[in-house]
Write a new protein. Structure first.
Lengths: 200, 200, 200, 200
DNA sequence: AATGAATGAGAGTTCATTCAT
DNA sequence: AATGAATGAACTCTCATTCAT
């Protein structure tokens, strides 16, 4: 049980399965995908999947957890001496950019199911959204002279903006698809200076 | 076929079915809901639903179309002499506020399926998102001194913010749930003045 | 109830319905055809059909009865002084030729269902096949010097030949399709003279 | 996939299912039979059937293919030195007799569906009827002095006679039921000598 | 640990038939 | 007599999950 080689083998197999699940989910969506689809993609038997995951939703959970771990690994806590601009870029856009390309389709599927699956939704809120909100609140509270109440709404508006932009991108909006890379600059500027502010 | 009374009866029945579908979808989600659930909720036979809608997805489409019609009816085109603040409030937040409460759960289900259903997604993009983006682009182009390219990204960031806020609300964030009504002021201010701007 | 005009109207409506049923059955087959198909073809409401026929199988029965009446009307009883050749031609091939063209498809459907529907099968046997066999037996008994037992088998072989040829035709055999009109001569000769006999 | 034991198990299960399907089809007919009927008769679960056959019609196809294989196995190609009588008896009546008893009911169902199912009909024509016709044509062409055109019609008349006799038998004609075993002699004689010919 | 055949509950959908209008 | 909306039983087929090997 604590045999480290066993552990590694199990982890490797789990990853293999999650890779296949992610690939097929991304292509076909969660509900249209069958366990058999995933097993075939992984080159294993249907039943084997159930030796590693309890159910089909558990696969999505596993995918989500890997996404969370990667995002967390990339989202380094911001240095205390960051200015507002650097903070926004690092904190908000780094994970956002990390999703680019291959991961968008999968993210779409995860969000779709999250909207409807209580467990997944709670996990997302507790493990990703809320921690990010808390960090953001603290930073903004210090750097932008607003009431705590306003700050809390503002941080939600900003993080909501990121989420919304990703979804609009997945909906195939051509402007976002083409100019995705220019978003960080434009959005950071918008957040800091507002519409009236001088463009940088 | 053109009998107006028949037409009304048919429209009434369709609405009755859509009401039930909306209620059950909102409670259980799209996939876990069965046709029988909807029929029972409506107090009719299973088969009757198929006299009015071709399939289960068609029900969702019908719900979507009603939502679209309501949003469109409420979203009056902005008077030309509006200032920025009035425009933002009217244009962005009116439909947003209309969703409040009962409709959030349903909206969640529709968005969830939209992310994964090509037909629904195309419909949303063409009939709701894109028209809104076009109007917003035109207005902002005139009132905020940015390049057209920047304007296009900004309008997407702002509309994305609305969408993202709704989703964060549906995820049960207590701050948004409690202070939803204060959002329009705070967000409008953020958009116009940015973080640095003097709070109004 | 005995109003003759009413009677005529009813008969006319029945025929209209049977015409449509026959047309649609012939095109799509019995089981794939829905009552609605027939009603649409007839330009009437679904329910109207049930004012004239008790059930869907009853429609097939009605069609069968009309076929029977037509075949009976055409199959004049053979003059007593007929010779063998004339008898065979008249008795066997007249109805066979009458089926040509448009009626083949319908006949196929009727036979198909007959093979599987006890009531229809009994009707066919009692009202068409058996009467024909009896007449044939009597005639052949007199004109061909065989034992009654042999005669009974022979008459069945001959009538079976007709039925089989029709079915092989409906299976799309190109030889039968092309040379259908030459069948009466060839088959009559075969029956009378056998394979060894001199071709006429 | 090429494991011979697996292959055998699969074949055995397929046969088990086809046996049950054949039994229930023979008793109730194709359309009135449900998949559940067959599964119950086989003592397996509904879903298991679909591990081996793609659809309900595919079961009928499977039954047909087994019938074809059996008929083909029994219908040895006729020795070249056969005389006409021996040929007819062997070639036509051997398969016919093979159907006797238990298989008649099933044959009726298969023919019934064949008349109405294009795929099944094409299969029957190409794999059973046409090959038989070709062999018969070749033999009769040599042994009966007719034009090729006449020979083609004659061979069809004879094979049609067999088919028709089987159907008349399935319709419950008591004469055929009682004297089925005497058919080969009588019919062979009829074919060779005709009605006028001296009975052997 | 891996397999994959077997399971069977349950889904969406169809359609013959009824009956109030 | 004609309508056609409503019915609901019954169908075929799917697929997540189990478990003997």
């Amino acid at each position: 049980m604590t045999d480290p080689i066993q552990q590694q083998l199990i982890a490797a197999r789990k990853n293999q399965i999650l890779d296949s699940a992610a690939a097929v989910f991304a292509e076909k969506g969660f509900h249209p995908t069958t366990i058999r689809d995933i097993a075939k993609h992984a080159g294993i038997a249907d039943g084997t999947i159930y030796n590693y995951f309890a159910s089909k939703p558990a696969l999505l959970l596993g995918i989500f957890e890997r996404m969370r771990d990667r995002i967390m690994a990339e989202a380094a806590p911001p240095p205390a001496d960051f200015d507002l601009r650097a903070f926004i870029r690092l904190f908000l856009f780094h994970p956002l950019m990390a999703l680019k390309q291959d991961n968008f389709a999968l993210f779409r599927v995860v969000v779709s199911e999250m909207l409807v699956n209580d467990e997944l939704r709670a996990l997302y809120y507790e493990q990703i959204l809320q921690p990010a909100l808390v960090i953001g609140e603290a930073f903004f509270q210090e750097h932008a002279g607003r009431t705590p109440e306003q700050t809390r709404l503002i941080i939600r508006a900003i993080s909501g903006m990121i989420l919304g932009l990703i979804l609009e991108h997945t909906m195939g909006d051509p402007v976002l698809t083409d100019q995705w890379d220019q978003l960080p600059d434009v959005v950071t500027d918008l957040i800091i200076n507002g519409l009236r502010g001088e463009a940088s």
